[in-house]
Design a protein around this ligand. Structure first.
Ligand code: SAH
Ligand code: SF4
Length: 366
């Protein structure tokens, strides 16, 4: 079977070059062709020797997941459903803003962590995405969103300026593949994004968070959602394994090397569940020792969720209490509502094998 070069970061590509009898520096040229020019045909790689191009054509491919659907919302948000085999699909969302373009990338088919308010979590887990399937989302978006201009000096014309690992799945539960994809996002010969512009969002897998700190400390968002363990146990079940005290200690450790001097805490606003004035005060106390910002996410509903979005007034009151305590707090604008592209609405197509969910959950809470 042909080797899919989208699966390789710089080091693996250099190993691959060595295996086929080529100099390792060819890997850099290849990275640029694959990730910066978006070329899939080796014949078009004009600065590679003809012999090498022929060898590559025989041995390798550059393949990202097939697009099953492509929707654009009235606010410009774009959502792709990508086929990842066996009837499964994952979603990728592009959010254009005035001075930046953010791509929300998926890391798994489904998710085993079963947060009660999350559509992906409700569907169970099927499998981890490969490196090609993760980086392929950025590769594809850059290709499709390329501006209609001939001036494509590397990097400058990129429409995707920021990546957030906030699509389907828990990125830290697919650690090795996610980190290799992050390496490519940061590599100057590939996407050249700064560590500040790539964010991993996690529900709080503490050991993996420590490994991320050592291996590839990009910007960090932590899905907090509750100011105490009792409530968080119900909303984010992984909290039973890694309770708030441990999670917040891991955040402190992370901050020592993080590219930003704060952690972003995400907090989904659920009507009558976690959105009261006393919850806000409890939250302020909880994070008092941690440099952080808050991102309040009005709950995005989906069929059968059993939760309601907090009223605009409760969100405003909650935000103002945090602001008055000196915490930078934003309310996430719901984007792409008309195409179900908002946080927690990504459903994709998950052919769940219940046993897989159980096994994956066991692996996370081991
Ligand atoms: N698994 C990771 C990243 C994916 S979810 C995590 O949990 O952090 C990205 C964000 O969307 C998380 O903060 C998640 O809690 C939030 N989210 C999930 N379901 C939601 C919903 N229905 N409405 C609003 N936000 C939701
Ligand atoms: Fe998984 Fe994140 Fe959804 Fe929780 S919120 S079920 S960790 S994707």
């Amino acid at each position: 079977m042909a080797t899919n070069l989208l699966n390789y970061d710089a080091r693996r590509l250099a190993d691959f070059c060595a295996e086929i009898g080529e100099k390792p520096f060819r890997a850099k040229q290849l990275l640029r062709w694959i990730h910066q020019s978006g070329v899939t045909d080796f014949v078009a790689m004009s600065d590679l020797a003809k012999g090498l191009r022929e060898k590559l054509s025989a041995l390798a491919v550059i393949e990202s997941p097939q697009i099953m659907s492509d929707h654009e919302a009235s606010d410009g948000t774009r959502k792709w459903l990508l086929a990842v085999g066996a009837g499964n699909g994952i979603e990728t969302v592009f959010i254009p803003e005035t001075n930046r373009g953010t791509l929300c990338v998926s890391s798994q088919v489904g998710c085993a962590l079963a947060c009660t308010f999350c559509s992906t979590g409700k569907q169970g887990f099927n499998r981890n995405l490969t490196v090609a399937e993760i980086i392929g989302q950025l590769w594809m978006a850059n290709k499709l969103l390329k501006p209609d201009t001939e001036d494509v000096s590397p990097g400058t014309q990129r429409v995707v300026t920021n990546v957030v690992m906030m699509g389907m799945g828990e990125p830290l539960a697919n650690f090795d593949n996610v980190v290799m994809a992050l390496d490519l996002m940061l590599d100057d010969h590939a996407y050249g994004l700064s560590r500040r512009k790539v964010t991993v969002s996690t529900s709080g897998l503490v050991p993996a968070l420590d490994r991320l700190r050592e291996r590839c400390p990009v910007a960090l968002a932590v899905s907090l959602h509750a100011p105490n363990d009792d409530l968080r146990d119900q909303l984010v079940p992984i909290n039973k394994k890694y309770p708030l005290k441990e999670l917040l200690a891991a955040c402190q450790r992370y901050l020592a090397v993080a590219p930003r001097d704060f952690v972003t805490f995400e907090y989904v606003m659920l009507d009558g569940v976690n959105d009261s004035v006393s919850h806000a005060h409890e939250l302020i106390k909880l994070v008092q020792d941690i440099p952080c910002k808050f991102n309040l996410i009005p709950f995005n509903s989906f069929p059968g969720s059993g939760f309601k979005r907090s009223s605009a007034e409760s969100v405003r009151v909650f935000r103002d209490i945090l602001l008055q305590a000196g915490l930078v707090t934003t309310v996430r604008k719901t984007r792409g509502d008309d195409i179900a592209a908002a946080c927690g609405q990504l459903a994709g197509q998950v052919m769940d094998k219940t046993r897989r969910t159980a096994n994956a959950r066991a692996a996370c809470i081991k």
